[in-house]
Write a new protein. Structure first.
Lengths: 228, 372
């Protein structure tokens, strides 16, 4: 039983790191998408949303190819000395950032698009620079969206199986995350351990979704009282 | 232009192509008092205000006093223009309480640039009891008072007001108007006030710009612009003039007071004004009738001698709009009055453009409203 804490800790570490990186990346991306008149807007939105519709194996396959020696991801990260990526924790983080991207971008994009531009204009007439306006008006008003984006990204990263299996394999302490560990236990007919982990996942997912819906509900009632 | 003259003016010139019309404005207004921009909805007045604020990008030139905000090389972004803007719908920040809204611009203004303190502003606008309140729970009038305080707290060089009263019910309007009047009297910040309501403008403005389809059609001192019979009125607004004068005596027996205007005296219904106080009157064209003789055996108190200047058709073919000048000893003192009479009466009295300046016409003023 003691060894089973390792995949849980690893999953939590992977999901936290992915969420942190994605919120930082998704903020400028979603802001740009919400403001731009560029004709590439829909191209970029479609690319960002691809992981929602693609089978994880397709994504996993191309990630594996690009992480192999000579692949683009491998070449991009070689100068930083963090290769090989395939079958490493770093590789998992990079893969998670890619396949969880839409879960971070969509809620932020939605919030930024519904932001009343007049508030930003009012802030500009009150001496606030663009960066100041973003920090003092946009971020506080988009707080519910940041919470949903964070929760969705975290939960989706914890739950991913196919991509991880293809590029991470099953190395204990490195790439053997929760979903892989469950698969292993079932393969080895260790049903009681599989129950512990799977039941825990169900409970975790339920709590996350419940928290999210309650949060959304409160945010919308607050928003509508703003409108009145 | 000399430096002193520059300091006293705001020069604005903008060309912007919009969906339905082209904004093309080039004018100079005083860098003090309140300049109203009047026009029908869709005449470009709000766009002009947004150009001044830098919220609408348009090529042009803008100088406020001796500071250039925009020319062909320079275009200061809004947050670097020392202005404040009061929006039609207040635009308070929903995630901050009243106190934080008011302090938003104040915190972003350098100590040395602050000329108005929060300790003066908050009690003046009666906001002390509201400071901890959430902005969503405020009434329309309260929101607009907070918006005015928030704007003034930046100690702006120019205050822009975009129809600040139009979203309010008439009761709230009547509570905000005295604040704007007091602001105009006591604070020396130049203001530009966009409105389609002539009653607000006649109460507040010193100077008036009129826009139509993005073009400037009249500009000048309020009383001069309004006394032009060709002034384009919008909606239910009535033609009429604004007269400035002061109280010379009160008659407590009949509850009247007498105001001196351009060398003539007018009896008015007494209000709280004291002898020596300044008054502003609005005299509507429909309240002035004309006579060739001085008929004193009638109910009208105010009968003034005048000369005909011009006559033009009114909106209804039965009426004409007559422009007259009050007769005075001082030739340069030219107070214009508008009178709306029937075309039939104009002919009976032999009032024609060709007879302008000939003979005395007696104005009979039925009523004049004291508006300030």
């Amino acid at each position: 039983m003691m060894t089973d804490w390792q995949p849980i800790v690893l999953s939590a570490k992977l999901a936290s790191l992915t969420t942190l990186i994605l919120l930082l990346l998704a903020t400028p991306l979603a802001w740009w998408l919400s403001r731009t008149q560029s004709r590439f807007k829909h191209v970029i939105t479609s690319i960002v949303s691809l992981p929602l519709v693609l089978p994880p194996t397709v994504l996993g396959f191309y990630l594996l190819v690009s992480m192999a020696p000579g692949g683009i991801l491998n070449d991009a990260f070689t100068p930083f000395g963090i290769t090989p990526l395939a079958f490493s924790f770093t590789g998992l983080v990079i893969a998670s950032v890619i396949y969880s991207l839409p879960f971070a971008v969509q809620p932020l994009l939605n919030a930024f698009e519904h932001l009343d531009n007049k508030l930003l204009e009012a802030a500009a007439t009150l001496r606030a620079s663009p960066r100041d306006r973003f920090c003092s008006i946009v971020l506080p008003l988009a707080r519910p969206a940041y919470l949903s984006a964070g929760i969705l990204t975290f939960a989706h990263t914890v739950g991913e199986f196919g991509v991880i299996l293809m590029i991470g394999g099953n190395i204990p302490g490195e790439t053997r995350v929760l979903s892989i560990a469950i698969y292993d236990h079932v393969e080895a007919l260790e049903y009681s351990q599989a129950h512990w982990l799977s039941g825990g996942m169900i409970l975790f997912s339920f709590v996350v979704l419940y928290a999210l819906y309650r949060l959304n509900d409160r945010a919308t009632t607050k928003q509508s009282s703003w409108a009145s | 232009m000399s430096e002193a003259q520059q300091k006293n003016t705001i020069k604005l010139s903008f060309q912007a192509t919009l969906e339905h019309f082209t904004l093309d404005i080039d004018c100079q207004i005083p860098n003090k008092g309140l300049t109203a921009i009047y026009g029908h909805s869709g005449s470009g007045k709000t766009t002009l205000l947004r150009c001044i604020a830098g919220l609408h990008a348009a090529p042009g030139y803008l100088r406020v006093g001796d500071v250039v905000w925009q020319d062909e090389h320079l275009n200061l972004p809004t947050h670097k223009r020392k202005l404040a803007y009061v929006f039609q719908d207040a635009c308070l920040f929903p995630h901050m309480n009243v106190a934080d809204n008011i302090a938003y611009g104040y915190r972003r203004t350098a100590d040395t640039k602050r000329s108005l303190s929060l300790d003066d502003l908050i009690p003046w606008l009666g906001l002390a009891p509201l400071l901890k309140r959430c902005t969503t729970t405020l009434s329309g009038g309260e929101k607009q008072r907070v918006a005015i305080a928030r704007a003034l707290a930046t100690s702006p060089d120019l205050l822009l007001l975009d129809e600040p009263l139009s979203a309010l019910d008439s009761e709230s309007k009547n509570t905000i108007l005295p604040y704007l009047e007091q602001l105009h009297r006591e604070v020396s910040i130049p203001m530009i006030y966009v409105s389609h309501s002539l009653s607000e403008i006649t109460r507040l403005a010193d100077h008036l710009l009129t826009l139509k389809n993005g073009k400037l059609i009249s500009a000048g001192a309020l009383s001069d612009v309004l006394s032009d019979a060709a002034f384009p009125l919008s909606g239910d607004d009535e033609p009429g003039v604004v007269l400035n004068g002061h109280i010379v005596q009160r008659d407590e027996k009949w509850a009247l007071m007498q105001a001196q205007i351009g060398g003539h005296c007018l009896w008015l219904k007494a209000n709280g004004a004291r002898v020596g106080d300044k008054v502003r009157l609005r005299l509507l064209a429909r309240d002035v009738s004309l006579s060739r003789t001085r008929n004193t055996e009638q109910s009208i108190l105010n009968i003034l001698p005048a000369r005909l200047l011009s006559i033009r058709p009114d909106t209804h073919p039965a009426n004409v709009l007559v422009t007259l000048s009050l007769a005075t000893q001082a030739e340069h003192h030219n107070t214009k009055i508008l009178a709306r009479i029937t075309a039939r009466s104009a002919e009976a009295l032999a009032l024609k453009d060709e007879s302008a300046g000939e003979g005395t016409i007696w104005l009979q003023v039925k009523s004049a409203a004291v508006i300030e």
